[in-house]
Design a binder for this molecule. Structure first.
Ligand code: ADE
Length: 380
């Protein structure tokens, strides 16, 4: 069934300058899929510059999906138009809205070639270098062994490493790290495309176009997510579904918040928004969201705390032994997630502050950005 004229008007207009011709998109592989939405990689001819083809990600609604999902995507599009550009959000590049009456709506956004940080962290557990905790030294030994085993096996890097192109060197990943507690030099940058054996004290560090993952990277991501969220909060938009799966990794270690499918503009409703009947990502939700579905920037801060926990556990699932139905009671009793294995006390304290029962007692994203910025400096 097609949408009625009222429904179409409800969805549009939006800023026409984003309209992009459907025939200039060439679809590639599927990047992700939800119950109703699908994301494909695509090439867009002339979207940035005439004659230049840019890799993009396009989000669509499945043909079989209910009208409400088309509306949700249209609302996401409008929110992105309203948001404007920021380096730490996945920016809107264009949209194809001409066939919306036939339930076709295509939203075109920046492509982030390393995918979401949840999957990225899972794939990089073996090469993770812990620079923060008392276990750092122990982990280092274990991790280097894992690292030596994992490099050189086929198919590991093409998935998420750039193809032997020296111009692709990710400078922010070429680091000179000192493990603070152990006081030992971890590594000193790498030669691209060449096998390299480094003797550092009593152990060998060997790598091939490596993309190691360190606590320093995680801190950098955490800082950037706080920045992106501060921008959202200042634009009076709440995300509603902040989670590691909705943070994408681009070149130069830049992370970008995506999926504004549950986002709401707070313009009509000053302080907060009440959402009816939408499915909710329970384990990322603040207590007050579970109780009365009241969402606010402060409830996004709670979710940010869960994202920190996901990061410093390298993408473990929160509350693995608690069923969603028991979670509210468990949290109301004052329980919280334990300190994740790769966080130090400072970080865990930030998480606990994000999970304060009283929304107003939680830090703001501006404060979080400052706190994480300081941690990042201390780490250098
Ligand atoms: N998966 C979902 N959205 C994506 C994007 N913009 N870039 C890369 N992978 C994605």
């Amino acid at each position: 069934p097609n949408l009625g004229i009222d429904e179409q008007a409800d969805l549009l207009p939006y800023d026409e300058k984003f309209e992009f011709p459907r025939e200039k998109l060439t679809f590639g592989k599927q990047l992700g899929a939800g119950a109703f939405g699908v994301v494909y990689k695509a090439e867009a001819r002339g979207i940035i510059n005439a004659e230049v083809t840019t890799p993009v990600a396009v989000k669509m609604v499945k043909r079989t999906a209910d009208n409400m999902y088309i509306k949700a995507l249209a609302s996401e599009l409008k929110i992105m138009v309203h948001l404007g550009k920021h380096v730490n959000i996945v920016n809107l590049l264009g949209a194809c809205t001409k066939h919306i009456a036939k339930r076709e709506l295509i939203v075109i956004v920046e492509y982030c070639k390393y995918g979401n940080i949840h999957n990225y962290m899972q794939k990089h557990r073996e090469v993770f270098i812990d620079q923060l905790t008392d276990n750092a030294e122990k982990n280092l030994g274990k991790i280097n062994k894992g690292f030596l085993n994992s490099v050189g096996t086929t198919g590991t890097h093409s998935d998420y490493f750039s193809s032997g192109n020296t111009k692709d060197t990710d400078h922010s990943l070429l680091y000179s790290g000192n493990s603070k507690r152990s006081g030992r030099k971890v590594s000193e940058g790498y030669i691209q495309q060449e096998w390299q054996t480094k003797y550092e004290g009593d152990y060998i560090y060997e790598c091939h176009q490596p993309r190691p993952l360190t606590s320093g990277h995680l801190l950098g991501w955490a800082f950037q997510i706080a920045r992106g969220m501060e921008y959202l909060a200042n634009r009076k938009v709440l995300h509603g579904d902040l989670a590691a799966r909705n943070v994408l990794l681009a070149d130069d270690n830049v992370v970008k918040i995506c999926d504004f499918g549950l986002a709401r503009s707070m313009y009509n409703n000053e302080e907060y928004q009440k959402k009816e009947n939408s499915p909710l990502p329970v384990k990322w939700l603040a207590i007050e969201c579970m109780v009365d579905r009241i969402f606010s920037t402060q409830s996004d801060v709670w979710s940010y705390g869960i994202v920190l926990w996901e990061m410093f556990s390298l993408a473990k699932t929160p509350y693995p032994n608690i069923s969603p139905t028991d979670l509210l009671r468990w949290l109301s009793d004052g329980n919280r997630l334990e300190k994740p294995p790769f966080a130090d006390d400072r970080l865990y304290n930030v998480m606990l502050r994000c999970w304060h029962q009283k929304p107003t007692a939680r830090p703001s994203f501006t404060e979080l950005q400052e706190i994480l910025g300081n941690f990042l400096e201390d780490n250098e």
